[in-house]
Design a protein around this ligand. Structure first.
Ligand SMILES: [Zn+2]
Length: 300
């Protein structure tokens, strides 16, 4: 779901091969063989709370959205919103332990969860504060934009990586609903809907449309959007450090039954420093688990 042009994971031989092997029952061995990071599969998150129903309206008295991000080393403020209160994590969610709560449904919220069971609302949402971050760009136009909070955090992330000698590029940022329509339809017309759904988010279901997510590339340009990207310096650095800047690797290794997507070592999602650090500390890898939401392996 992460490429800007009419390409995507399913077009990549490695990923397609993985899918076919999985379908044939080859399972983990096949994935491990294809993905360099296979030997370091993330620790089991079986202890993470799961299965609680969709979020109930906040009962914690934090009815209105906080207009600012949690205090952190990444200072940008979240966009102000006049939207009515929207559901925050349930009291049983691990995220409920944080002092500040945000909506899980409002697309202006850093905690909005978009997946194959949770489309954006409204479907045609456009962030009001799209900006082009001052980082190395591998794309132009709308794909070089992020919402203002994510852009500022990305600048911190890229600068810190550069300080460690790692060059990152912005490979794909914001993607409008109309762009997603074009991308998705091109898949459907060439490969049919079933395969399109493994490669591209349906319009209104892409995290890229929120402005909170982007894909990174490596300065060397190798393995863009491919499983082997996980071994590139940019991905290795991001996996180890992104949480310090408020980001999570949104589609972790072997969590596709929860997230709906195979491992995408390049796709980062801003959730705020407090939440990202808390997830890291708790060893919770997916937003679905962290916020106590149902798994989203596919569309309904
Ligand atoms: Zn992506």
């Amino acid at each position: 779901m992460c490429q800007n042009k009419a390409a995507g994971d399913a077009l990549l031989p490695g990923r397609r091969a993985v899918s076919k092997l999985l379908a044939a029952g080859a399972g983990l061995a096949a994935l491990a063989a294809c993905t360099p990071d296979g030997g370091t599969a993330p620790p089991s998150s079986s202890s993470a709370p799961t299965g609680s129903a969709s979020p109930a309206p906040s009962a914690s008295g934090t009815g209105s959205l906080s207009p600012s991000e949690p205090p952190s080393a990444v200072p940008p403020s979240a966009p102000a919103t006049t939207a009515p209160p929207a559901p925050a994590p349930s009291p049983t969610s691990p995220a409920a332990a944080l002092p500040k709560q945000f909506s899980l449904t409002d697309p202006t919220s850093p905690w909005v969860v978009v997946n194959k069971r949770r489309p954006l609302s409204p479907a045609g949402y456009v962030p009001a504060d799209l900006v082009q971050p001052n980082i190395r760009l591998a794309v132009s136009g709308e794909a070089a934009q992020l919402n203002s909070t994510t852009a500022a955090a990305a600048e911190q992330l890229f600068a810190a990586a550069a300080g460690d000698g790692v060059v990152m590029t912005l490979a794909s940022g914001y993607r409008s609903y109309d762009t997603q329509v074009s991308t998705y339809n091109s898949y459907v017309s060439s490969r049919g809907q079933a395969e399109a759904d493994t490669a591209s988010a349906r319009p209104g279901f892409s995290e890229h449309q929120t402005g909170w997510a982007f894909d990174i590339g490596d300065g060397g340009g190798a393995c863009a959007f491919q499983p082997c990207f996980a071994d590139q310096p940019a991905a290795v650095w991001a996996k180890a450090n992104a949480h310090r800047f408020g980001f999570v690797v949104r589609y972790p290794w072997m969590q596709q039954e929860i997230t709906g997507y195979y491992y995408e070592s390049w796709h980062l999602r801003y959730v705020g420093v407090e939440a990202a650090m808390d997830m890291s500390t708790r060893g919770i890898e997916t937003l679905e688990q962290y916020f106590g939401l149902e798994a989203a392996p596919g569309y309904l």
